[in-house]
Design a protein around this ligand. Structure first.
Ligand code: RP5
Length: 167
């Protein structure tokens, strides 16, 4: 059954979980939450690590679906195993954001994107937290159709910055 996006916003119940591997990531990662909020999508953000807090991370992922989450965004830099560790614990779609903490983010990009078959992580660009939110919104728009109108309006707003030679 579809739920109206406005009802979704009013309920305030998070449907996207955002995880990141360190407090030092938050400046970049908060852009994901800001973008979701601008689209009227309730989310929650926690600092959890595949390496430093593995048990808490695994428990969060195993309980995520029952708590009503629909998508998880997982962000990490360096040996960025967080998104993969999340995907190992849940069948929810997982969006990975490699962060530029060392080696210009290439280490995190490869660690996030190169998942074994059967355990996918949809990886966006380095520091691509905004696009992670937009991808989550596109996934959610299949279930909450009003989100599609919001994404169209958002794109129309962006298009105002461009010339139209055919106008
Ligand atoms: C990763 O290691 C984190 O996601 C962060 O990007 C990086 C460095 O973490 P800190 O040493 O700054 O806590 O796990």
């Amino acid at each position: 059954m579809n739920q109206r996006a406005d009802e979704l916003k009013a309920s305030g119940k998070p449907i996207v979980g955002i995880l990141t591997g360190s407090p030092s990531d938050l400046e970049v990662v908060k852009k994901a939450q800001e973008t979701l909020t601008s689209l009227g999508i309730p989310s929650e953000l926690f600092v959890l690590s595949a390496h430093r807090t593995p048990d808490t991370t695994a428990r969060y992922c195993r309980e995520a679906e029952a708590r009503g989450l629909e998508v998880i965004i997982a962000c990490a830099g360096m040996a960025a195993h967080l998104a993969g560790a999340v995907a190992a614990q849940t069948f929810l779609p997982v969006i990975g954001v490699p962060l530029k903490a060392s080696l210009d983010g290439l280490d995190a990009l490869l660690a996030t994107v190169q998942m074994p078959p059967g355990v996918p992580v949809a990886t966006v660009g380095i520091d691509g937290s905004k696009n992670a939110a937009y991808l989550a919104a596109r996934i959610l728009a299949r279930k909450f159709p009003e989100l599609k109108a919001r994404l169209e309006a958002d794109l129309a707003e962006q298009q105002k910055r461009y010339d139209n030679p055919f106008a």
